[in-house]
Write a protein that binds this ligand. Structure first.
Ligand SMILES: [Zn+2]
Length: 192
């Protein structure tokens, strides 16, 4: 009974005189129109926010947001990929950042993790003496290599993508869970 009474009330209100004024827009419409001028400007066609790829350096815990359409400054890249042991940067091949951003984009990830960028010759030697699997004249010591992975993407899948780029050296480190890419000669190998 209560519901039926309410329904009647709604019908009465709708049919009330003045709700639809044939002389012009109702007070409500005029208010709405006034308010609409305060809305933020609509987006300009053809523009949208840049899709950023967030790189993080596993050693320094630093982050670098990369807009693939407008890569970061060279000095910013060099600092981000610096040798964590000596804290020294080097002139990095800027294509390395493009490569990592492209890999993340390919796998629809907004994040990529950098395991190693520049490796100072001093640090490279220490690693060799400790028996680590690093080349004497590693491309890392020339600023031409990057080790990285994409969260949630199997390293074998990333490795297949890396080889398909035919850009330079590609190493698969299955146990350590990263892929090495460098801008030197095209060659392939596997590590641990
Ligand atoms: Zn490497």
């Amino acid at each position: 009974m209560r519901q039926a009474a309410l329904a009647v009330a709604v019908v009465v209100a709708t049919a009330a005189p003045g709700a639809a004024d044939p002389a012009g827009p109702s007070k409500k419409d005029r208010e709405r129109a006034t308010k609409s001028t305060h809305h933020p400007a609509p987006p300009v066609p053809g523009t949208k926010p840049a899709k950023l790829v967030n790189l993080t350096n596993q050693w320094t815990n630093e982050w670098l947001a990369v807009d693939p359409a407008a890569p970061p400054d060279r000095a910013v890249i060099d600092r981000f990929l610096r040798d964590h042991f000596t804290n020294k940067p080097a002139a990095m091949d800027p294509r390395l950042i493009d490569i990592v951003a492209a890999a993340a984009n390919n796998f629809r990830s907004d994040t990529a993790v950098v395991v190693s960028g520049f490796r100072h010759p001093k640090y490279n030697l220490i690693l060799r003496k400790k028996g680590h699997q690093v080349a004497r004249d590693s491309q890392h010591t020339h600023g031409n290599a990057i080790d990285f992975f994409i969260p949630r993407i199997p390293v074998e899948t990333l490795h297949a993508w890396a080889k398909a780029q035919a850009l330079g050296g590609v190493g698969l480190y299955l146990e350590s869970n990263f892929v090495h890419m460098d801008t030197g000669k095209i060659r392939y190998w596997s590590g641990e």
